[in-house]
Design a protein around this ligand. Sequence first.
Ligand SMILES: Nc1ncnc2c1ncn2[C@@H]1O[C@H](COP(=O)(O)OP(=O)(O)OP(=O)(O)O)[C@@H](O)[C@H]1O
Length: 233
Amino acid sequence: MIDVSGVVHRYGEATALDRVDLVVEDGEFVVLAGANGSGKTTLVRHWNGLLEPDSGTVRVNGTRVSADRVAARTAVGMVFQEPRDSFVAATVGADVAFGPENLGLPRDEIDDRVGDALDAVNLAGREDERIETLSGGERERVAIAGALAMRPDHLVLDEPFTGLDAPARESVLERLCALHAAGTSVVVVTHDLRDVLAPADRLVVLSGGAVVVNDAPDAAVERLAGVPVDRPC
Ligand SMILES: Nc1ncnc2c1ncn2[C@@H]1O[C@H](COP(=O)(O)OP(=O)(O)OP(=O)(O)O)[C@@H](O)[C@H]1O
């Protein structure tokens, strides 16, 4: 479980998060929405210790992130914006293996994790392909596999659909739904609510660094009037 309590984050004089309270339960599919600059990326960066709150606490599985960043990073897998430009290796298999290798795991375990992660994103058997030859949607799925290879409890994706055409968007979303069905908690950060609300358990909307909507999608959509997000079609 991710438990954010009273979190304030400032960049200099600017308050990016203003007393945010939010819980993401194990196994939940949460959509975190809001306009550009509403604080979405800042919020999720607290979940694995990339940022520290000015006040308030963030706990992952009961432990304060600041007390054990490694545990938080293992439990919360992040796929950042534009992962397609930031791969660490030239081939699919080497890139997905990078995280488990850094954990110092035995080779057999690494190979198992890479195989399972590629399976989960429908890229089984494509370890040796060069990332530069893949489509945008395939690259996004390699990035997701890289996070999955750490076997996280929560998978957090920051704007995973940016720049993807409709079929690629659909294939990424379909993989996220399958992961959710298999028990992984999925958090999709987006300013665009098309398609992602149907599989979601909950919609959380940030505005000006504060949570303004936090409800089941059907109920939440009725409260979106005046909130600057792209509404579902
Ligand atoms: N490194 C930084 N230094 C100073 N201000 C920042 C920094 N990162 C973000 N901000 C500011 O904090 C606020 C929240 O930004 P954040 O990136 O968290 O929002 P967001 O909802 O993720 O937006 P986007 O969808 O554009 O990524 C914005 O006003 C932004 O300009």
